[in-house]
Design a protein around this ligand. Structure first.
Ligand code: NAD
Length: 314
């Protein structure tokens, strides 16, 4: 296995935003692009290579096929149908399960033995599907989960509080979709709990602002889709962040979609919860003592995931 080799399956808007972000950040040494549309993958590889003289490190970038997966450290699947206006992420379920099945078959045939990162929506369910069909270790199959939603939350809070988003420690948990929620009881601006800030009379935000922010974060993808059909830069950077945590063995806390095996009194489901990510994938699921209402929201998200998974022939 090559420690710094990444394969992207699906060179559409999400796949290429991820590739472009990795090129700019010098995240890996070798990057392979695979797509049903081979010509598109070829063109994208040529275009990216033309940016190499401005990139922070040397990279080998080329369009390939599934035989290139064999010695990769990480494969990211970004292939799939997109959410059309008015469609929820769950509407994509059946279309993308079919696509996932065909891709996982090819990856397995290649002899790949690394980390599988899923971005295809509905991502928590597609991660479960990829894990189930692949038979790989549960910790080595990860979904992008609410990494993007947590970044949206950090940005929105940072704007309201006028604090650097990097200093906002706040997480969106549950489904990457309509049933997601903010774990406000664990949200901090620097060292100050957000609840404490919201309760101060002279504060920039109050409790009703928190509800508004949570709604905005949950629904912002619909606004982007209405404006420009799909979302891709944010998820491209979120995938780069997860990839870096894996390749650099960072042990970083990210709200990826992780397999629950007793944590939060749940099992046999992938859902976004804060998890420690390193070279082995998810090293540890962090089991937070959530407030009752937050735990109810997590259980509700999980119930939706399980109900949809039960409709699939996997
Ligand atoms: N996880 C997240 O936070 C997040 C955010 C945004 C989008 N997404 C999802 O990412 C996926 C891709 O979105 P996009 O905007 O890049 O779509 P896109 O239509 O631009 O690209 C999809 C690509 O997948 C390819 N493809 C389809 N079937 C394939 C197969 N069997 N094998 C190989 N390639 C195949 C297509 O040829 C196309 O190039 C969608 O499911 C979308 O909902 C996820």
């Amino acid at each position: 296995m090559k420690k710094n080799k990444v394969v992207i399956v699906g060179t559409g808007m999400v796949g290429m935003s991820y590739a472009y972000s990795m090129l700019n950040q010098g995240t890996c040494e070798e990057l392979v692009l695979i797509d049903l549309d081979k010509k598109r993958a070829e063109g994208e590889a040529i275009d990216l290579n033309h940016g190499l003289s401005f990139a922070p490190r040397k990279m080998k970038i080329y369009a390939g096929d599934y035989s290139d997966c064999k010695d990769a450290y990480l494969i990211c699947i970004t292939a799939g149908a997109i959410q059309n206006e008015g469609e929820t992420r769950l509407d994509l379920l059946h279309k993308n399960t079919k696509i996932m099945r065909s891709i996982i078959n090819e990856i397995k045939k290649s002899g790949f033995n690394g980390i599988l990162l899923i971005a295809t929506n509905p991502v928590d369910i597609m991660t479960y599907v990829a894990w189930k069909l692949s038979g790989y270790d549960k910790s080595k199959v990860i979904g992008s989960g609410t990494t993007l939603d947590s970044a949206r939350l950090r940005y929105t809070l940072s704007e309201r509080l006028d604090v650097n988003p990097k200093d906002i420690n706040a997480y969106v948990m549950g489904e990457h979709g309509d049933s997601q929620f903010v774990a406000w009881s664990y949200a901090f601006s620097g060292v100050q709990p957000i609840y404490q800030i919201a309760s101060r009379k002279d504060s920039k935000i109050n409790f009703s602002d928190l509800e508004e922010i949570e709604d905005e974060v949950r629904n912002i993808a619909y606004k982007i889709i209405e404006c420009k059909k799909s979302t891709y830069y944010g998820i491209g950077m979120a995938l780069t962040r997860i990839t870096k945590a894996v390749l650099d063995n960072e042990n970083s806390v990210l709200t990826v979609s992780s397999y629950l095996n007793g944590e939060y009194n749940q099992d046999d489901v992938y859902i976004a919860v804060p998890s420690i990510v390193n070279k082995d994938g998810v090293r540890e699921v962090i089991h937070l003592a959530l407030e009752n209402t937050e735990k109810e929201k997590l259980d509700n998200s999980i119930e939706i995931m399980k109900e949809n998974i039960s409709k699939l022939d996997i």
